[in-house]
Design a protein around this ligand. Structure first.
Ligand SMILES: NC(=O)c1ccc[n+]([C@@H]2O[C@H](COP(=O)([O-])OP(=O)(O)OC[C@H]3O[C@@H](n4cnc5c(N)ncnc54)[C@H](OP(=O)(O)O)[C@@H]3O)[C@@H](O)[C@H]2O)c1
Length: 289
């Protein structure tokens, strides 16, 4: 798909969008463009200071926009529950936030941090918001994955990664989980006849805080594209009428094929069941009967 830019987006007046991690990187221009096109936007971020600053920045670019901060720490299931309880409407859920390439640590609930934040936090958030998503005509869930999912493997007997932890492999695993989740959500929504579209994206290598270049960090923007360019797949996935559920949209809006591992329905079901057990969040409305 060439020629599509955020200016091609439809008018989003009346829609409510939640963008996780909208205080920086790819999430900020994603939220800004959604607001520019008339959506009410919730900047869901773990830091109130950074969240408020992002709201102010968006409002400077979109005077009169409907933008608000919502406190959400995806590495804390109690925080995810509090955030979800504060939401009154959602048409577009952009599961964008992510953490990557860190040494091993754990979420508040004791999950390996990259899996816990990038996958389990978004799994729980989506499930808790499901009744509102199903009440919104044409609702979409966009989950930001990565080409890095290809390096990911899920060993269900070692989800905590207490042994064999690697920064990159743990990141790849979390991004693989994002894709397995996206595709399973789409299958479940379809089987239940629900008006819900689930799509995944890969932004392409983008100059943001998640990229770690060591001493070359100041040169990041020379090598990689801008956050605004990285937001284009998410914006297209969230708003284009041409999108079909289960698609994986990459840079230049190419339709990527997820790896064979990401397309495994068996792994997707197993991950879904494990994620339900770990988070306590069920998707009863679209459960297999
Ligand atoms: N940049 C790339 O090259 C690239 C490539 C492929 C995929 N991606 C994906 O793109 C998405 C956005 O990342 P980015 O590149 O824009 O990186 P970023 O600038 O580091 O943004 C990540 C966002 O996630 C937030 N976040 C991290 N942990 C959180 C938590 N526990 N609760 C709530 N929010 C949390 C961060 O908040 P703080 O500011 O508070 O840390 C930040 O707002 C991620 O899913 C990433 O995996 C990026």
């Amino acid at each position: 798909m060439t020629g599509w830019t955020p200016d091609s987006m439809p008018d989003l007046t009346g829609k409510t969008a939640i963008v996780t991690g909208a205080n920086s990187g790819i999430g900020l221009p994603t939220a800004l463009e959604l607001a520019r096109h008339g959506a009410r936007v919730v900047v869901a971020a773990r830091s109130p200071e950074k969240g408020d600053a992002a709201v102010a920045e968006i409002l400077r670019a979109v005077p009169g926009g409907q933008v608000e901060y919502g406190h959400l720490d995806l590495a804390d299931l109690a925080s995810v529950r509090r955030f979800a309880e504060s939401v009154d409407k959602v048409d577009l859920l952009i599961n964008n936030a992510g953490i990557g390439l860190i040494s091993r640590r754990e979420t508040k609930d004791g999950f390996e941090m990259q899996f816990g934040t990038n996958h389990l936090g978004h799994f729980a958030l989506t499930g808790l918001l499901l009744p509102l998503l199903l009440a919104a005509p044409g609702a979409r869930v966009v989950t930001v994955s990565s080409d890095a999912h290809k390096g990911g493997r899920i060993d269900f007997d070692n989800l905590a990664l207490e042994h064999g932890y690697g920064r990159m492999s743990a990141y790849g695993r979390s991004k693989l989980a994002n894709l397995l989740f996206t595709l399973e959500l789409q299958r479940r929504a379809e089987r239940a006849g629900a008006d819900l579209t689930s799509v995944a994206t890969h932004p392409g290598t983008t100059a943001t805080n998640i990229v770690k270049l060591g001493p070359l960090q100041p040169l990041m923007s020379v090598f990689f594209k801008s956050a605004a360019a990285g937001a284009v797949p998410s914006l297209y996935a969230a708003t284009s009428p041409d999108i079909r559920g289960g698609e994986f949209i990459g840079p230049r809006l190419k339709h990527f094929t997820p790896s064979a591992r990401a397309r495994s329905e068996e792994d997707a079901k197993r991950l879904w069941d494990v994620s339900t057990q770990l988070t306590g969040v069920r998707f009863d409305e679209i459960a297999y009967s």
